[in-house]
Structure formats: C-alpha cells, structure tokens
Design a binder for this molecule. Structure first.
Ligand SMILES: Nc1ncnc2c1ncn2[C@@H]1O[C@H](COP(=O)(O)OP(=O)(O)OP(=O)(O)O)[C@@H](O)[C@H]1O
Ligand SMILES: [Mg+2]
Length: 323
C-alpha cells in the first residue's frame, strides 16, 4: 500500500490532462480520448475528480484505479453482454471500439438513498410517491433495500445539459430507443447489476446503485461502454456495519465518492457559490479509498504505475503500436 505521505506528495504530479501525439483530442470531465483508425478509440482515464459537475481536484492513482477496475468488471460480465474493450495498453488507458452512444443513462438502484435532485430518497423525502414511474409505499426509511433492483433512466445530458428523469415507458415513448433494444438493455443492466452485487458481497461491500452506458457497435449490436462499477459510477457501502447503522438511523459507511461530497457539505457547500479550498489531506484520503476499493473488489494487490504518467503512457502506447 502506498503511504498517505507518498500520496500527498504525488498530488502535484497527478494526471490532469493529456497531450498525446494523436489527432482530435476530446475531453469529458474525467476522460480524454482520441480517435484511432478502424473505428477504435483511445480512452485515457485521468486523475481528475469531479463532483457537483465541477472538477475539484486531481487524485493520484484515481485514473489507474478507474481504468483497471472497469477493465476487471468488463471481463467479469462479458458472458452477460459484450463490451467495448479491445486492449489495455497502459494502466491509465484503454483501446475501445467506438460505439454510437445510446442517449439514455441506465441507472440501477438496489436501495432508496441519495440527496441529489435525481436521487430516490431525495424525491421520496419531498413527499413524492410516484417516482420514475414506480409507486412507493409510505413509511420507508432512508437507505432501505428495495424489494428488487429497479431501473431509473435519465436522458444523457452531455457536456452542458442536465440529465432529466425518465420512466422506463418514456424511453420508448420519447423515441430514444425501440422497445426491443430497450428490453435488451434493461435485462443486461439488471443481470450485470446482480453479478456486481454478488461479487461486491463477497468483498464485504454492498453495491447500492450504479450507472451504465450502452452503445451500438458498428454491426448494430448493443455493447456496454464507458465504465462499470467504479466508485465514480456507483455507490458502495460496507456490508458488515450496514444493518446496525440502518437500525440506529445512521447513514451507512460509504466506500465511494460520497465522502468527498460530505466533506464539502460540512463546509456548507452543496454545489452553489464559492468553492471551499480543501486540504491536500482530503485528496490523499480519496486516493487511499480508490486504491482500497480496487483491492477489496478484485482481491488483487494494486500495482501503482509510475509518475509522471504521460511519458510512461507514450512509451506504452508506442510499444503497443497505438502511436
Ligand atoms: N466505446 C465508446 N464509444 C463512444 N463513446 C464512449 C465509449 N465509451 C465511453 N464513451 C463516452 O466517452 C465519454 C467519457 O468521458 P467522461 O467519463 O470524462 O465523460 P463525462 O464527463 O462523464 O461526460 P458525460 O456527461 O458525457 O458522461 C462519455 O461521454 C462516454 O459516454
Ligand atoms: Mg463519465
């Protein structure tokens, strides 16, 4: 395990952006990507940490954890649905098949929780009982398990737009997908989620909820893209303390990005106004958590890649014939 001190010292070197000798760079909040020949794409997962739709910091090894953890999950679920991975030429990079993104974010939830505007608990706490087309009974407690996992889709807002809530029926009614494809996507999402919950459970964790993205490959088939069951796309709770804390009306111990949001909320920040400056220690702790969850889920020791990342990346991409 990399020490907290080492992690703090690495913060200035964390991978904020890439400038690879490849044409057509594009960037999302967390990833940079470059189009490659033959319908492929190079996706580099950087160390950028975003929350409240803002990039808050660079967290050492976060990119590596996300890239390698997703690659691990893609393998663990490829018998359920094919995915976009072609190869992993570097700890921070994946060569993928470029897909035509399906413009629905497929969120699967096993529990009623969350405080953002699209979260189930938030809507429920406002008094809503018809949420995402499902009817919820009175008297539910925050963080309760749902009788079975449900799909709560949203539109994929892209760089500027906000994600809008949808019911499963609206996905078809609004012409976002045909019924047959949507049925296929829903059953894949539920099966991948079930697999995720089983594996997380063996690691002493609860996979609470997650977001999947799907796309269409060149041959028209549906593939799983983007990332799978990472602490950025999912909530994880510690399994052994969940029950006692739930009975005591306490929030579970989380093992995802939520603790960063909580640190900001403790300083009175919820997404509007001036952003408080956070101590380096918070980002070193974030780094520790990302590494820890990788090790818990995969059961493998995290092998830290060398810093600075970019020269290593260029070397690995040359070796793999990508550049
Ligand atoms: N195989 C693929 N083919 C096409 N697009 C992909 C593929 N895999 C991932 N993507 C897209 O690449 C982007 C990844 O970048 P990143 O995760 O930084 O985006 P983001 O800031 O989360 O943006 P978004 O709001 O679009 O999800 C996402 O827009 C995702 O939909
Ligand atoms: Mg993303």
């Amino acid at each position: 395990m990399v020490s907290k001190k080492e992690l703090s010292e690495l913060i200035p070197q964390a991978l904020n952006e890439t400038n690879l000798p490849l044409p057509g760079k594009q960037s999302g909040k967390v990833r940079d990507w470059y189009d490659l020949p033959d319908g492929k794409r190079l996706i580099v997962t950087t160390d950028r940490l975003s929350a409240f739709d803002i990039i808050l910091a660079q967290v050492p090894y976060k990119g590596q954890v996300l890239n390698q953890l997703s690659a691990w999950w893609f393998k663990k679920t490829q018998d359920i649905i094919p995915n976009h991975i072609v190869s992993i030429p570097d700890p921070n990079a994946a060569v993928v098949r470029t897909a035509e993104p399906i413009l629905v974010e497929v969120i699967v939830r096993g529990y009623i929780t969350g405080v953002t505007s699209t979260a189930l608990w938030y809507r429920y706490s406002l008094g809503e009982r018809e949420i995402y087309g499902y009817t919820f009974p009175d008297g539910l407690q925050k963080n309760a398990a749902l009788p079975e996992p449900i799909i709560t889709p949203t539109t994929k807002g892209g760089a500027t737009g906000h994600d809008e809530r949808l019911t499963c029926a609206e996905v078809v009614e609004k012409g976002l997908l045909d019924q047959k494809t949507w049925d296929q996507v829903q059953s894949a999402a539920l099966a991948v989620f079930k697999r995720g919950q089983e594996i997380a459970n063996k690691a002493g964790l609860i996979l609470v909820d997650t977001k999947y993205e799907f796309g269409r490959a060149a041959d028209g088939s549906v593939v799983l893209i983007d990332e799978v069951h990472t602490p950025d796309s999912s909530r994880f709770w510690k399994a052994d303390t969940y029950e006692a804390r739930f009975k005591a009306d306490e929030d579970p111990e989380n093992f995802d990005k939520e603790f960063v949001r909580i640190a900001y909320a403790d300083k009175g920040y919820r997404g509007d106004g001036d952003i408080p400056v956070m101590p380096a220690d918070l980002w070193a702790s974030a780094s520790e958590r990302y590494i820890k969850i990788y090790e818990l889920l995969t059961g493998e020791k995290f092998e830290p890649g060398s810093y600075p990342v970019e020269p290593r990346l260029v070397e690995n991409l040359k070796k793999a014939g990508v550049i």
